[in-house]
Design a protein around this ligand. Structure first.
Ligand code: EPU
Length: 345
C-alpha cells in the first residue's frame, strides 16, 4: 500500500518585492516556506515539486532580480537560537538559518558570548551569512565558523559541513558555486573563542578609540561603534533599498598596483599578507565621478560609492545597466574589472 504524497503548501504568484532588500519588482510563480528539515524533505519527496527547479531565498540581501522567477522559490524561515555547548576555550552557538543575522549578533552579546560584534548590522539572514562569507571591520564569518547543516535538495538527507567543505573565500563559498541551488542551509553553528579579544585594527575603529580615549573597549562598545559607523555610511535597506557593497574590492598584483598609482597616486590600497594588494572599489568608483549619480531610479549612494541604491521604483534592469556603466568607466580609467558581489537573477 503506497502512502499518499504529503501536501506541500505552495503559494502562487507571490511578489518578491518585499523579500529582497533592494526592493526590486519580481514575481515568484510558486513559493514555499520551510521551517525545518522535514519541510524541505516534503518538497524533495513530492511527485511534482520534487522534480521542479528550486531557487533558495534567504533574507534576499544579496540578490538583484531582473525578471520573474519560474523556479519553485524555497523561502527559508528556520527559527532557533541556542547555546550548543561551552568549553574551556569557546562558546558554540547554533542559529536557525531563517533568523535575522543582526538578531543573532545581539542575542549572543545579551547572553554574554562575545565575538560577533564586528559583524553587527549586516543585513540578511543567518543562512545567507556563510553563502557570502560575510565580513566587516576585520572579522569574516569564517573566523567564527564551526559547522552548518544542509538538507540536500536531491536526496532530502541532512548533511553537516565543516569549514573545509564550505570552501570559504572573500565573499565566496561552495554555496555560490558547486552547491548553488542544490541544498538548503538549515542551521549554522558558530565558535566564539575564549578568552575574548577585541578586533579593533580597522581604521574606522582605531579612529573611534582615538576619539573616545577608550583603548580597551568591551564587546558591547565595539558593537555600538560598528553600528554607528555602519549607520553613518551605509543606508538602511528598510528606508533605501540596497544590497550592501555592490562590487568586491579587487585584488591586484604589485605591478598592477604600481600602474594604477601611476594613473592616480591617491588610490586607496591595502597590502595583503600574501603580497597581493587590495584596492578600495568605492574609491575607484568615486574617482570616476559616480557618487550620487543615477540611471532611472537606480543610483550610487551619496555617502559610499560602493553601494548601489533603489531611489524608489528601480528595476533590476536599471541596476544592471548602472553597474555595467560603472564597470566600463572604472576599466577605462584604471584598467580594473570590478566584479559584482550580489547574485544577478
Ligand atoms: N572610499 C572612497 N569613496 C567612497 C567609498 C569608499 O574614497 O565612496 C574609500 C574610503 O575612504 C576608504 C576606502 O575607500 O578609505 C574603503 O572604504 P570602507 O572602509 O567604507 O570599506 P569598503 O572597502 O567600502 C568593505 C566591505 C564592507 C564592509 C566594510 C567594513 C567589501 C566589498 N565591502 O567596504 O562590506 O562593511 O569594508 O569592513 O568588501 C558588503 O560586503 O556588503 C559590505 C558592506
Amino acid at each position: 500500500m503506497s502512502t499518499p504524497p504529503q501536501t506541500v503548501p505552495v503559494e502562487s504568484r507571490v511578489s518578491l518585492r518585499t523579500l529582497n532588500t533592494f526592493g526590486l519588482p519580481a514575481v515568484a510563480a510558486h513559493l514555499v516556506r520551510v521551517r525545518g528539515d522535514a519541510d524541505v524533505r516534503r518538497i524533495v519527496d513530492h511527485p511534482k515539486w520534487g522534480r521542479a527547479n528550486k531557487f533558495v531565498l534567504g533574507g534576499g540581501s544579496n540578490i538583484v532580480f531582473t525578471h520573474d522567477v519560474d523556479d519553485l522559490v524555497v523561502k527559508v524561515e528556520v527559527p532557533g537560537l541556542r547555546l550548543v555547548r561551552e568549553t574551556a576555550d569557546a562558546w558554540i552557538v547554533e542559529a536557525g538559518s531563517g533568523e535575522v543575522w543582526h538578531d543573532l549578533v545581539a542575542w549572543t552579546l545579551d547572553q554574554g558570548y562575545p565575538g560577533l560584534e564586528n559583524l553587527a548590522l549586516i543585513p540578511g539572514s543567518v543562512g545567507a551569512a556563510p553563502v557570502q562569507n560575510i565580513g566587516a571591520y576585520g572579522v569574516e564569518l569564517q573566523d567564527r565558523f564551526d559547522s552548518l547543516d544542509v538538507v540536500d535538495l536531491v536526496t532530502g538527507r541532512t548533511v553537516t559541513l565543516d569549514a573545509v567543505a564550505c570552501n570559504f573565500g572573500y565573499r565566496d563559498s561552495v554555496f555560490k558555486r558547486h552547491l548553488l541551488g542544490k541544498s538548503v542551509i538549515v542551521r549554522v553553528r558558530l565558535r566564539l573563542p575564549k578568552p575574548w579579544q577585541p578586533v579593533v585594527g580597522y581604521l574606522d575603529l582605531e579612529r573611534r578609540m582615538a576619539e573616545t580615549g577608550n583603548h580597551a573597549p568591551d564587546a558591547r562598545t565595539v558593537f555600538d561603534w560598528v553600528c554607528a559607523i555602519r549607520r553613518a555610511k551605509l543606508p538602511d535597506w528598510r528606508q533605501i533599498g540596497n544590497a550592501g557593497s555592490f562590487f568586491k574590492n579587487p585584488v591586484v598584483t604589485p605591478e598592477q598596483c604600481r600602474d594604477i598609482i601611476g594613473r592616480d597616486p591617491e588610490v586607496v590600497h591595502y597590502p595583503l599578507p600574501d603580497g597581493s594588494i587590495k584596492l578600495a572599489a568605492g574609491w575607484l568608483i568615486d574617482a570616476c565621478g559616480w557618487k550620487g549619480k543615477s540611471i532611472g531610479d537606480a543610483g550610487v549612494y551619496e555617502r559610499q560609492a560602493l553601494v548601489l541604491v533603489n531611489r524608489g521604483n528601480a528595476t533590476g534592469g536599471e541596476v544592471v545597466t548602472l553597474a555595467r556603466a560603472i564597470q566600463e568607466s572604472v576599466y577605462g580609467r584604471f584598467g580594473i574589472r570590478l566584479e559584482p558581489e550580489p547574485v544577478v537573477v
